[in-house]
Design a protein around this ligand. Structure first.
Ligand SMILES: CC(C)(COP(=O)(O)OP(=O)(O)OC[C@H]1O[C@@H](n2cnc3c(N)ncnc32)[C@H](O)[C@@H]1OP(=O)(O)O)[C@@H](O)C(=O)NCCC(=O)NCCS
Length: 255
């Protein structure tokens, strides 16, 4: 990945790391079909280890705090606009041809998406996803496990796909090959691996399994705390008695 050019000037040996690549790295904002080149993004630290990397924001740059992107070569990182803040996220794409797509209205408290230097991997995160603290994405393992007889690699890297409106609770790890459909929740501390098929399910545990008890057959979630959710889904009817001494009565109807 890292290209080194060695030059020798009058016996002085100089090694240049990626001398031709640097100017190829670009940040863009794409809005209404028009693309504008950016040179600085607030809250984002960028480090390039190669060339031809493209960081693209769609519609509007989201608020970011302490976000770090490390790029290898020919990587494409696309991030949608968001009403929320992207915090304490490290995207380690120090590999070749890594693709990361994050949809709109994404939020995260802290975490790391790590391509572990393996090339040609893609991580896709849909719209309106909410990630808690200490979230990890590992589309590759970083080291090789193999069959001792025939040297066949057992832990090959694989793409990860997260649907729309998925909530990953605190301390969730998402391993290679994982697929989480729309409206799912991954419970705190889960290690998610494998392809889940059904939308609107709770998945939890180590390794995470779909929770099949009746209560959790069809779930959804919202960013609101319980109190606000109840208030939004309740009609308050206040009945004032015509008698002065009768108490005021409130009827709550949930829908
Ligand atoms: C996902 C979550 C919201 C579900 O809450 P809940 O509806 O009260 O769920 P319960 O704890 O009753 O568990 C529901 C089922 O999932 C199982 N489950 C939940 N968490 C689990 C875990 N980490 N490992 C294994 N099973 C788990 C329970 O055993 C139970 O299974 P059952 O119905 O077969 O008995 C909750 O488990 C959670 O992870 N909360 C943390 C939220 C968080 O991280 N907040 C920080 C801000 S983002």
């Amino acid at each position: 990945m890292e290209k080194r050019v060695k030059i020798n000037i009058l016996g002085l040996k100089i090694v240049l790391k990626n001398p031709f690549a640097i100017s190829n790295n670009q940040i863009f904002l794409t809005k209404n079909g028009k693309t504008k080149r950016l040179f600085f993004v607030k809250g984002l630290k960028l480090k390039y280890y190669g060339g031809n990397n493209r960081i693209e924001f769609i519609d509007k740059i989201p608020r970011m705090k302490n976000v770090k992107i490390l790029c290898g070569e020919n990587c494409k990182i696309q991030i949608g606009s968001s009403d929320y803040t992207i915090k304490n996220l490290e995207i380690n794409a120090r590999a070749e041809n890594s693709v990361l797509e994050i949809g709109k209205n994404f939020s995260v408290e802290s975490g790391c998406i790590d391509f572990h230097g393996e090339p040609n991997l893609r991580v896709k995160i849909g719209n309106d996803c909410q990630f808690g603290c200490d979230i990890r994405f590992d589309p590759a393992d970083g080291h090789t496990m193999y069959n001792a007889d025939n040297k066949e690699i057992l832990n090959t890297p694989q793409n990860i796909e997260i649907g729309n409106h998925v909530w990953l609770c605190r301390n969730v790890s998402v391993l290679k090959g994982t697929c989480i459909p729309d409206n799912c929740v991954a419970g705190m501390g889960s290690i998610v691996t494998g392809r889940f098929q059904e939308e609107g399910r709770l998945i939890a545990g180590i390794p995470a399994k779909q929770i099949d008890s009746e209560k959790y057959k069809k779930i959804n979630w919202t960013r609101m705390p319980n109190k606000s959710f109840l208030e939004c889904n309740t009609i308050h009817i206040v009945l004032h008695s015509t008698f002065l001494f009768a108490p005021k009565t409130t009827i709550n109807i949930a829908f």
